[in-house]
Design a binder for this molecule. Structure first.
Ligand code: PML
Length: 254
């Protein structure tokens, strides 16, 4: 589901809400209703465009990815949380200059309807034609998210469920070095750095209450084949599970 204010995204509408599910047929009706309710009630604005797309997924194409492990990094100021984000990004293999550029980018970004892709060494933005990239076709295997939360003592929430699924799918690509994200919702101040080496590190506060800025940056290797990368993120169906053999980086067989 994706929803916008002022018309469709492709016609310049402002992005308000988006969500992804992988479901069995009998769950479709109820979930679709919930997604519409969610778009209509969103605090970022009054939507006048909602698009729900439903595609059948061939089970044989389904890939399983183990959820990233989690840690929390709580700070008493935004500057300190951002400095910690930079340190974790550098630990994951991002060049210091690229990490700084991404933090500045998200600190000024509003309504970008997907992710920026950034060269992890040079900081160059790589999005084809400047278009935001949406990660799609991923979800948790039934019951696994609640187990994952239990391990870390987190209260399950839809926001966390979707963020960890997205971060785990993205980190599973061999082209991804790391991800930086924080919400553009006005009252949600927690974000994260994610990578195969650091896991999913929740950082707070990454912005001031009431600020509409935020978004996602995926840092990629110099060797990234953009077509393959975007195909994996947006097309390949991925089920997230809590346990499993540690993922080999995904080599993008389709
Ligand atoms: C979003 O809601 O747009 C992103 C959420 C990021 C943080 C989720 C968390 O770990 O609490």
């Amino acid at each position: 589901m994706r929803a916008a204010e002022g018309g469709a995204h492709e016609n310049g509408g402002r992005h308000i809400s988006g969500s992804e599910r992988l479901l069995c047929g009998h769950q479709l009706e109820e979930e679709a209703k919930e997604l519409v309710a969610r778009a209509l009630a969103h605090e970022r604005g009054q939507v006048d465009f909602i698009r729900i797309t439903i595609d059948r997924v061939d089970k044989r194409r389904l890939q399983f990815v183990t959820a990233l492990h989690a840690a929390a990094s709580q700070h008493d100021s935004i500057d300190k949380a951002k400095a910690a984000a930079k340190t974790y990004l550098v630990q994951a293999g991002v060049h210091k200059g690229a990490a700084e550029k991404a933090i500045a980018l998200l600190s000024a970004s509003e309504d970008y309807p997907g992710a920026y892709i950034m060269n992890a060494q040079t900081g160059a933005i790589m999005n084809p034609c400047g278009k935001a990239v949406r990660v799609s076709r991923m979800d948790w295997k039934e019951g696994e998210f609640v187990k994952w939360c239990g391990t870390y003592g987190y209260r399950p929430s839809l926001r966390l469920q979707e963020a960890v699924a997205l971060a785990s799918k993205t980190a599973a690509s061999s082209f991804t070095v790391a991800e930086l994200c924080w919400s553009d919702d006005l009252r949600y101040l927690t974000g994260y750095v994610a990578s195969r080496s650091t896991g999913y590190i929740r950082l707070s506060p990454l912005k001031k209450e009431g600020s509409p800025t935020g978004g996602r940056v995926f840092f990629v290797t110099e060797e990234t084949d953009m077509n393959q990368y975007i195909h994996f993120l947006s097309e390949v169906p991925v089920m997230i599970r809590k346990e499993g053999k540690m993922n080999e980086p995904h080599h993008l067989s389709t």
